[in-house]
Design a protein around this ligand. Structure first.
Ligand SMILES: *[C@@H]1O[C@H](CO)[C@@H](O)[C@H](O)[C@H]1NC(C)=O
Length: 257
């Protein structure tokens, strides 16, 4: 009996994970009331414009396009990559689950916390008919809470920004931020003598440094939780010595909490 209940639990968690890759159920916080709008021109996915997180066109496709611009939750860029469960409040139209969005941009409308992609906005509804009703309202009452991001098919990934100039200036953006903590500091360390340099957050998820350390570079990310818990994550893979703008490097790690 106990075993079969356990199995049912695992199966349902698996199904949830498959349906909703960025959704975690480790969150214990309570929901906060607010409002949400959507990008009228976003069609199915997120904003194709560069966006204040630095994700570029990738920002439209992350989490299958279930993305949002945040106003206060942008937090000077620290909020980029964070995941929120957002559900609308009208029980006539709205599902209990709502949708899990990733913050990819900054923006606000009339007292909103989120401007969502149309696809994500529609997902808050119970069915396609209710979704049309929601869309026609434009801005709706919602409640939200921070949840863990998870991308089972992707490790945390580094993309060297086009503004980089080897070997004098290095800028990169961090993709597939995972878990429920913020990346509050990033260091690059030489793998030979462990000389480390703290990077600047240029904006959003973009980190930069002039005169980066040389040789293969080991990345270190400080993950900070709301409860003040902090830990340095050191990916297994280094950024190669001859890094180039436009290149994409798999850090080799996933973060779960
Ligand atoms: C993540 O990194 C590990 C270690 O390098 C690697 O074995 C694995 O294939 C990577 N996973 C994905 C989904 O890329």
């Amino acid at each position: 009996m106990a075993f079969s209940l356990h199995a049912v639990f695992i199966v349902s968690v698996l199904i949830c994970t498959l349906l909703n890759p960025a959704q975690g159920d480790t969150s214990t916080g309570s929901f906060i009331h607010s409002r949400a709008a959507y990008y009228p021109d976003s069609d199915e996915k997120g904003s194709e414009t560069a966006g204040r997180c630095g994700y570029g066109s990738f920002g439209a496709t992350i989490n299958y396009g279930d993305v949002a611009a945040a106003s206060d939750l942008y937090r000077d860029g620290v909020g980029c990559g964070a995941c929120y469960q957002v559900r609308c409040s009208n029980s006539k139209y709205c599902s209990d689950e709502g949708v899990t969005v990733v913050i990819t941009d900054q923006g606000s409308s009339d007292h909103t916390d989120f401007i969502m992609s149309k696809k994500a906005f529609r997902k808050m509804a119970q069915n396609p008919y209710a979704a049309s009703d929601l869309l026609s309202q434009g801005i709706v009452d919602i409640e939200y809470k921070r949840v863990s991001c998870s991308y089972p098919k992707n490790n945390i990934t580094i993309k060297i920004d086009e503004s980089s100039d080897y070997p004098y200036y290095l800028a990169f953006v961090i993709w597939y931020q995972q878990g429920q903590k913020d990346i509050t500091a990033v260091q690059l360390c030489e793998t030979i003598n462990f000389n480390c340099k703290l990077l600047d957050r240029s904006y959003g998820s973009v980190f930069t440094t002039t005169s980066p350390p040389s040789g293969p570079l080991s990345l270190r990310m400080l993950l900070s939780g709301e409860d003040g818990d902090e830990k340095w994550v050191v990916p297994v893979n280094s950024i190669p010595e001859n890094w180039k703008k436009g290149d994409i490097y798999d850090s080799g790690v996933q973060v779960e909490e």
